[in-house]
Design a protein around this ligand. Structure first.
Ligand code: UFG
Length: 340
């Protein structure tokens, strides 16, 4: 039997796709999730997709005692830590809840890992730690700096991990800096299911496609890019999930950061065009004012991950849109679609 891996936030968007990859690779994933931005339904579907029993604990990780009971009940080889609040705008309105939730849960986790002699950690970081990019494409040595409380929590956790790894050479930590994850599992059974009005482009576009929203608002047509709309490095969630497995398999003593992106940029209009092609219908859009806090271009240099983790992306923007559409069209209301 494979070793047990704790997946915090395992019912969430990236966590759920990673759980499938772990199970397929013979690991035994154990999920902790408070379902504040996810659904227990995802875990049911994960069990069906992987044909395995996946223990899932509905706990809030800021509750150290509850998390301690999970550690006591299992023998974790490693932890993949996804759980955390992630909405940029909300973090500006509720900074204390972001600092409390994201930092306290991580501190509890690291302390429990130490107590239980589990020293292998893969952490969900974000390209947001580069703030306003000092170089394009971004290498891991680019300047760091956060421009909102959400980004600050990611940056602070990276520092906490680095200091922790320096304190004891048993620690093996990878910080994975994601660019823009989109797409879904090719089965169309798990995918991104944001609560309320989506902040991110692709979930919004897909809700336009199923008729939940009228048209896409394109935030600015006067950026310094090829067509004037924002350019991002979109990565298929399946490639991203595979990156976690690669990071887990290549952990080594210390703390290392890796960019997970494709190295290819797509503009907002290119995404809308690719989505229209996948959906088979021209999706309506309108160019509106820029969104505060946005940048023109964000692009990864993923060569460190390719060289050290033996990983690279395989899927294209068309694949991402095809799979996002398979999920959204089968589940127009997300995980609540099949409730009756
Ligand atoms: N956009 C629109 N209309 C929308 C939503 C987005 O035009 O309705 C544009 C944005 O202006 C940007 C692009 O689409 O040019 C992508 O926007 P997203 O909100 O999907 O993604 P961001 O790059 O802004 O944000 C992502 C993550 C954040 C992270 C940030 C920086 O969602 O968590 O990258 O790394 F903080």
């Amino acid at each position: 039997m494979g070793s047990e891996i704790l997946v915090t936030g395992g019912a969430g968007y990236i966590g759920s796709h990673t759980v499938v990859k772990l199970a397929e690779a013979g690991f035994r994933p154990v999920v902790v999730d408070d379902y504040s931005n996810s659904s227990p339904k995802a875990v049911e579907i994960l069990q069906e997709l992987t044909d395995t029993e996946i223990p899932a604990y509905p706990i809030d990780m800021t509750d150290a005692e509850a998390l301690g009971e999970v550690f006591a009940a299992h023998d974790f080889e490693a932890v993949i830590h996804f759980a955390g609040f992630k909405a940029v705008g909300e973090s500006v309105e509720q900074p204390l809840s972001y600092y409390q939730n994201n930092l306290v849960s991580t501190l509890n986790l690291l302390q429990l890992m130490e107590q239980h002699n589990c020293f292998k950690l893969v952490f969900s970081s974000s390209a947001t730690v580069y703030g306003i990019p000092s170089e394009i494409p971004l290498t891991e040595s680019a300047d760091l700096g956060a421009i909102n409380p959400y980004g600050q929590t990611k940056l602070m956790i990276e520092h906490i991990c680095r200091d922790t790894a320096a304190s004891n050479e048993s620690w093996q930590i990878s910080l994975l800096r994601y660019f823009n994850p989109v797409g879904a599992h090719p089965s169309g059974r798990i995918g991104e299911d944001p609560k309320g009005i989506p902040n991110n482009l692709v979930p919004f576009v897909m809700q336009v496609a199923v008729g939940r929203r009228e048209k896409v608002s394109v935030f600015g047509g006067d950026w310094d890019t090829g067509d004037g709309t924002g350019v991002r490095d979109y990565i298929h969630v399946q490639d991203l999930a595979a990156g976690h497995l690669a990071a887990l398999n290549h952990l080594q003593s210390g703390c290392e950061a890796y960019n997970l992106g494709t190295g290819q940029g797509s503009s907002v209009l290119e995404v809308v065009a690719a989505a229209s092609k996948a959906v088979g219908q021209d999706l309506a859009y309108e160019i509106v004012d820029r969104r505060p806090g946005d940048i023109a271009t964000s692009l990864a240099d993923p060569s460190k991950a390719t060289a050290q983790l033996d990983w690279k992306t395989e899927l294209t923007l068309d694949d991402m849109m095809r799979d996002s559409w398979a999920w959204q069209s089968a589940n127009p209301e997300g995980y609540s679609s099949s409730d009756s």
